[in-house]
Design a protein around this ligand. Structure first.
Ligand code: NFA
Length: 101
């Protein structure tokens, strides 16, 4: 039975890397009103009011809360939009980004 062994004996290394994801993290502060934080989460991160309230209260109680994960540029853009929205009203509201493992 010649030449029946046509399958490769080794598995090709995948050519694509998994895209790295970046977390957007909401930091608590003592000054930004709760309803303002909730409104920013709804507008910038497209959350429902219930989702936004949950994230806001988790940051309020624990000091910080992961809002969502995105590719690097989208995470950085949304973090900046949220932080700038607070700054425009004189609030210290801060969103940071952190690379996922
Ligand atoms: N800690 C703020 C307050 O009591 C609310 C807040 C929550 C601010 C989450 C920033 C992030 N007004």
């Amino acid at each position: 039975m010649p030449d029946t062994d046509l399958l490769p004996k080794t598995r090709a290394k995948p050519k694509t890397e998994k895209p790295r994801l970046w977390k957007v993290i909401l930091l608590n502060d003592d000054f930004t009103p709760r309803d303002f934080v909730t409104a920013v989460l709804m507008r910038v991160f497209r959350m429902t009011e219930g989702e936004a309230l949950g994230v806001m209260m988790t940051a309020h109680r624990k000091g910080a809360c992961v809002v969502a994960v995105y590719t690097k540029e989208i995470a950085e853009t949304k973090a900046r939009l949220g932080t700038d929205a607070g700054a425009a009203r004189g609030y210290p509201l801060t969103f940071t980004t952190e690379r996922e493992e």
